[in-house]
Design a protein. Structure first.
Length: 110
């Protein structure tokens, strides 16, 4: 069976960044978000990324860099190749692929 290899940026804000490599059996038609969700269940439950809806391209929560280009993980297709995933560079990093999405004036104050 073909394999998709995800090279994922790991670490929290203020930590040295590293990239971990994960291999998944490639399933045609699967989105990058599907692959990330499957990876979190089967290989690494500590992986952090955002999403709120599936394949609707409406919430903008799952935006990330795929091979240097901004994509929605819910619409980008998983491919049987090496794919590099990084957080959005212009947003504050929370951890791994999760960034702060809401503008400062729309965040809850705690």
């Amino acid at each position: 069976m073909p394999t998709a290899t995800l090279l994922i940026r790991r670490g929290a804000a203020g930590e040295a960044a590293r990239h971990d490599s994960f291999s998944l059996d490639f399933e045609p038609g699967e989105s990058v978000l599907d692959g990330l969700r499957r990876l979190r269940v089967s290989q690494d439950p500590t992986l952090a990324f955002r999403y709120a809806c599936l394949n609707a391209n409406a919430c903008k929560e799952c935006m990330m860099l795929l091979d240097g280009s901004v994509v929605y993980a819910c619409t980008a297709r998983l491919e049987a190749r090496d794919m590099r995933l990084d957080p959005l560079p212009n947003k504050p990093l929370v951890r791994d692929l999760a960034t702060v999405i809401a503008p400062p004036d729309e965040r809850l104050r705690v």
